[in-house]
Ligand binder design. Structure first.
Ligand code: NAI
Length: 315
């Protein structure tokens, strides 16, 4: 039995993500939780002829508890998205409290589940989840992930649009966090190998770092990426399920994860190409990428501290 849960399932990301998870035949139960409309989304998806039994929950009558109990994998796209002119950090005020409360429910009702955080600002919401789970004594660093797969997906698409190679076949490691300069594409490690001029590398790096703004601008007040994010979230979920349920080896997915400060020279959280079993090193990075890393660290530190203090003293 493999139960997957979506928290924020009725939203712009939540609905297409739930659809894609319903199509994943590894999942036998799909629980959809939201503060509105989740029973409707569940009823709709339940008519699709794939194995997952779909259930919808609202907050009353222990909805969160019932959605979470028995979960193997929990994906969190709950919270408000950006409008033009906003940074992801501007969402902190509203989304921090939402994520804290959902993480508390996870600590109480599904402490062993894999937790995939989509809600922004990811650089701060992941530390919030980590701190809540630590407070309850149930934190496992190999089970909490900031979903940065959309940066990886965009990197493949943008790279291949210049090189002409097939986008599905291009793997670009993207490490760091999930906002602006904290997003670090390692273009020297693209597989298969690509040769770009320095100008092309600079332009590509910038486009990958600020790709989300293209969607926010085009949607003109109606939100941020939802459909591409749903695909990216489903891809990351599927990688976790393939590794943990099917036992497939050698799956590598970049993600934003917690690393012990003492082991990593003070950088508490960093996204690295990581499996559930092992966190890989950054590999050989060139001078340009070292500069990107240097530019990212102070902002990441600030974002991380913001999440940690929100749980420590509620500020
Ligand atoms: P949306 O507003 O369409 O959907 C959010 C859903 O969360 C709504 O259905 C809402 O009712 C629900 N919600 C609000 N409070 C809740 C609570 N306490 N418990 C359960 N559900 C709750 O927003 P959208 O476009 O789906 O975006 C969701 C989040 O994902 C935003 O924070 C956005 O910034 C983030 N995002 C992250 C990306 C990433 O790469 N990690 C990419 C794109 C968006």
């Amino acid at each position: 039995m493999v139960k997957a849960v979506v928290l924020g399932a009725a939203g712009g990301i939540g609905q297409p993500l739930s659809l894609l998870l319903k199509l994943n035949e590894v999942i036998t139960e799909l629980a959809l939780y939201d503060i509105v409309n989740s029973p409707g989304v569940a009823a709709d998806l339940s008519h699709i002829n794939t194995p997952a039994k779909v259930t919808g929950y609202l907050p009353p009558n222990d909805g969160l508890k019932n959605a979470l109990t028995g979960a193997h994998l929990i994906v969190i796209p709950a919270g408000v998205p950006r409008k033009p002119g906003m940074t992801r950090d501007d969402l902190f005020k509203i989304n921090a409290g939402i994520v804290r409360d959902l993480a508390t429910g996870i600590a109480q009702h599904a402490p062993n589940a894999y937790v995939l955080v989509i809600s922004n600002p990811v650089n701060s919401t992941v530390p919030i989840v980590v701190e809540v789970l630590k407070k309850h004594g149930v934190f496992d660093p190999k089970k909490v992930f900031g979903v940065t797969t959309l940066d990886v997906v965009r990197a493949s698409t943008f790279t291949s649009s210049i090189s002409g190679s097939a986008p599905q076949g291009v793997r670009v490691p993207v490490v760091g966090g999930h906002s602006g300069v904290t997003i670090i594409p390692l273009l020297s490690q693209i597989s298969p190998r690509h040769e770009f001029t320095h100008e092309q590398i600079e332009a590509l790096t910038k486009r990958i770092q600020f790709g989300g703004d293209e969607v926010v601008k085009a949607k003109d007040g109606a939100g941020s990426a939802t459909l591409s994010m749903a695909q990216a979230g489903a891809r990351f979920s599927s990688s976790i399920l393939n590794a943990t349920v099917k036992g497939e080896a050698g799956i590598v997915e970049p993600s934003y994860v917690h690393l012990d400060a003492d082991k990593e020279g003070g950088s508490q959280l960093r996204k690295t190409p990581s499996g559930v079993a092992k966190i890989n090193s950054l590999g050989d990075i060139n001078e340009y990428e070292k500069k990107l890393l240097e530019a990212a660290i102070p902002e990441l530190r600030t974002n991380i501290n913001k999440g940690v203090s929100f749980i420590a003293d509620g500020s």
